[in-house]
Ligand binder design. Sequence first.
Ligand SMILES: [Zn+2]
Length: 283
Amino acid sequence: MANNEIPQAEYAIVGGSGTLSSDFPKNCQADDVEILADNLHFTTPYGESPAFRIFTVAGKRVLTCRMHGWRSGVTRADASRQVFWVFREAGVQRILSEGGVGTVNHLLDIRDFMVPDDYLDLSVRKDVMLDGRYLLLMQDPLCPELRQALLTATRKRFKGRIFDRGTYAVTDGRHFESAAEVAMMQGHADIVGQSMCPEVYLAREIGACYAGLYYTVNYGEGLRGGVSHETMADIFYDDAPMIGEILLETIREVDAHDKHCQCLEHRKETLLKDVYNEVSSKG
Ligand SMILES: [Zn+2]
């Protein structure tokens, strides 16, 4: 049942496929994690929210939802708005996202990690915003401080290849990309997935830092044999706890308020205020 008593939390994790199968953070090895409440749905201006879980790690309060809030019967644009509206009401300052991605750069292999520093939005769900009050500059769209913390935590847990920069191309899905689409992206992006936009815009709109950890689970179509469902299933079940533990470690290491980044300065008051006021007063 939906309610509007949104618990306060300074951190949030938008879970993807890496945390879904481990029932994050339940199946992670950690003695400092406590689940406070589960299956919380909230009423939002964009419809009832997906289920949230709130937990603490090292005493820090974290709000999390599964699979980016996506579910059948709700557009992904609305799902993202619901999730980020709840984050704003909860007072979230720092957001981590994770997900499985396909390769675009032909040097990448399956089970490489990447913490991207840029994105290329090829989705058509543009203009996904909460209330449009801000002009959003996309300089350093992925928080440099959160990215560094993610990289440090990943290096502690993982001995394979970790790329500390790269460009994430965003497509709408749910289908994967065709060989022609992957070929078109080459030279412009390194990995491809479906979640970074609009999340990166919405995070900036609510004044929160945002960064993500991505695990390559398939070759882009046309590259090295393309997609293997069997490999994807192996990764989905076997590697999920590690990804969850990296996220927990990252939250332990960053502060919610003592920020060493300029994310908030890249959000400006819009110069089109009257236009947006007029639009919103007409609903
Ligand atoms: Zn930041």
